[in-house]
Design a protein around this ligand. Sequence first.
Ligand SMILES: NC(=O)c1ccc[n+]([C@@H]2O[C@H](COP(=O)([O-])OP(=O)(O)OC[C@H]3O[C@@H](n4cnc5c(N)ncnc54)[C@H](O)[C@@H]3O)[C@@H](O)[C@H]2O)c1
Length: 317
Amino acid sequence: MAKILITGGAGFIGTHLAERLCGLASWEITLFDNFRRDSLKFAPQLSQNRRVNIVNGNVEDPVAIAEALSEVDVVVHLAAIAGVSSYYAEPLRTLQTNILGTVNVLEQAAKAGIGSFVYFSTSEVYGSDALWVDENRPCGIGPVAESRWVYATSKLAGENFVLRYADKYGFGCTIIRPFNIYGPRQVGEGAVSNFCRAVAARQAMQVYGDGSAIRAWCYIDDLVDAVIAAIDRISQEERVFNIGNPKEVVTTLSLARMMASLDSHAKIEHREGVHSEVRARVPSIDLARRMLKFEPKVSLPQGLEKTLAWFKQHGQN
Ligand SMILES: NC(=O)c1ccc[n+]([C@@H]2O[C@H](COP(=O)([O-])OP(=O)(O)OC[C@H]3O[C@@H](n4cnc5c(N)ncnc54)[C@H](O)[C@@H]3O)[C@@H](O)[C@H]2O)c1
């Protein structure tokens, strides 16, 4: 049986990935997380599974990471501080966790002799206007004076470290740039999870600015398909992939209206924009289609219905 370490494994994406891996007989799974966020409490089946070990630790702690890496074959590095409000409230922590944590995990992974490393970056590395971007588009983020960009900066630094460590120490690596993933158990912020929480609590959905920002929305199960395809892959050929659903492109206002069509009590409230806005984020996924056989299957109406049902069942969390 192969061993996999998922840092940030108690989070939204980590718990969905772990659930899928539990369905494949070949994996022993360690979920490593400091429980800054906790989606795991909504997935008791994972805590009860004998093939899942849960470690409460910080990715910046070399001893804790080295212990968790014992006999590990594959690392999926998800642990990060994400969410626009934290870039303003905790810019330094965001940089430290996302850069120093990543370097620490890579350093210990290299020492442990792992086989491959899957790194979660972000579509934000493309900056404010990212329409139908492919992986070769130069990364261009906003002014360094604006703390809005600390997250993108940290993820871009992380990508660089992953590629250079992989080259120097000879392990395989895949970098995933996710574009707006949503679904059940997303306890962090994001337009879909924020809208679902509001509708479930019978409060108004708040649309900031004129609601014209454009996003492509990808359901969590589709993202997990791509990660499973990436996990075993050790290739020097192509290592950076956009993952998202370019078939489901809407403005934030249209998204709110779609949500409103699912619940007769739902209301939309317009608010002045508070943060500098990323205007458009839509991926080209041709490379992932070709190399990972990735094809998103869940439509936005289907995904929103499932996600809203989950939030209604679990309250505001
Ligand atoms: N969800 C998306 O749409 C999206 C988009 C782009 C990139 N990503 C990236 O994917 C990864 C997973 O995202 P998610 O949506 O599951 O977020 P999440 O916040 O639910 O998961 C991240 C997990 O990391 C943990 N964590 C934070 N700091 C830690 C530390 N110092 N030590 C150990 N654990 C720590 C948190 O407790 C949390 O459980 C992140 O790296 C994120 O930046 C997500």
